[in-house]
Design a protein around this ligand. Sequence first.
Ligand code: AMP
Length: 422
Amino acid sequence: MKFTDLGIIEPILKALKDEGYTHPTPIQEQSIPILLNRKDLLGCAQTGTGKTAAFTIPILQHLFNSRNDHKGHRKIRSLIVTPTRELAIQISENITAYGKYTGIKNTVIFGGVKQRAQTDALRRGVDILVATPGRLLDLISQGYINLKDVKYFVLDEADQMLDMGFIHDIKKIIAKLPVKRQSLFFSATMPSAIIDLSSKILGNYQKVTIKPKQATAEKVEQAIYFVSKPNKTKLLIHIIEANPEASILVFSRTKHGADKIVRVLNKAHIKAAAIHGNKSQGARQRALGNFKKGELHILIATDIAARGIDVEELSLVINFDLPNIPETYVHRIGRTGRAKASGIALSFCNAEEKAYLKDIQKLINQQIPVISEHPFISDGIEDAPIPKSTSKNQQKKPKRHSNHTSKNSQQNRRVSSKRRRY
Ligand code: AMP
């Protein structure tokens, strides 16, 4: 099935094409027709399945089709509530990308930062508001937000909301919504409290269940290098030089970090380019095109920019930084091992990132083998205590500082680099 078969309007199809999406993911294939039909939806799915597009595309389409009904100042006609700031930002960026030819405006609000920029954006008027619960209630109580015009409501990652103690906030938010609305409810798991909550939110709903793509993680050969932050670029150069023919996609958490990696590689006479949100669309497409044609071997990407990258011959993915959202790791490594039976994903982990590694291993239910022999081995990182982190999962349940990992278990998963070509 193609996107064109789903009854999606031209301005959105055009944006999806720009993103490089050709075929809908299973959740999109199943949910988009239900949502375009204005039915409520209970989605049992997690991040990484393509669910953001599954719910934002129909909302954009409804809002676009009824744009002339609302002359004058824009009113919030769609509210998307999500537990974490990272997810909220990601959803907002997706809406901006998918809706860029529709004229539909969105903004994102979350706590932990000054509210001024957010209230300014609200004052200018938005059609879609993406919010974390605390800041949303706060700005409602200050009079900056009114939910009376909301027609499309999404509650995303509901089980995480529950874990993070947001349930009362959610109930307060729901009480402020108009009764007549279309509601979408997503949760990766369905404990009884979530089923109970869904019955409060949804009317006569349809259900879509998508299993996480855990299989990808099993297909890809993975390894971890414990390495200090300053030594990461040296290790990267070492791996690139050991694999002169490989097409390598390197993930950087930040745009600035991606540019820095390119500079260091270029200085070492290694041709590389970065793609991220600050690069022009033309520059991004050029770099990606050259990478796909095999003219450029090394591409550095941020997670957002890497969306839609589908390279047949990608042999190696390197996580220069470990992502703080474990699902992102699964998504990143899923970039390799597509055309061929297996791919290779290597991750660099410094002392501060050990908490992320722990979350990732929990999610994929695997211990990732450690390359314990490499030229930039940093003493002590492997056995250092896991630091407190602010990752999504850390917010969910505050984790205790772990003790030193047992030497034996570490030993068991050590892999000699001599056996590997990287
Ligand atoms: P999500 O589950 O919404 O976080 O999406 C996971 C990733 O898949 C994101 O990086 C999206 O940009 C990407 N994605 C979503 N839909 C598609 C599609 N139909 N084709 C290719 N990539 C997609």
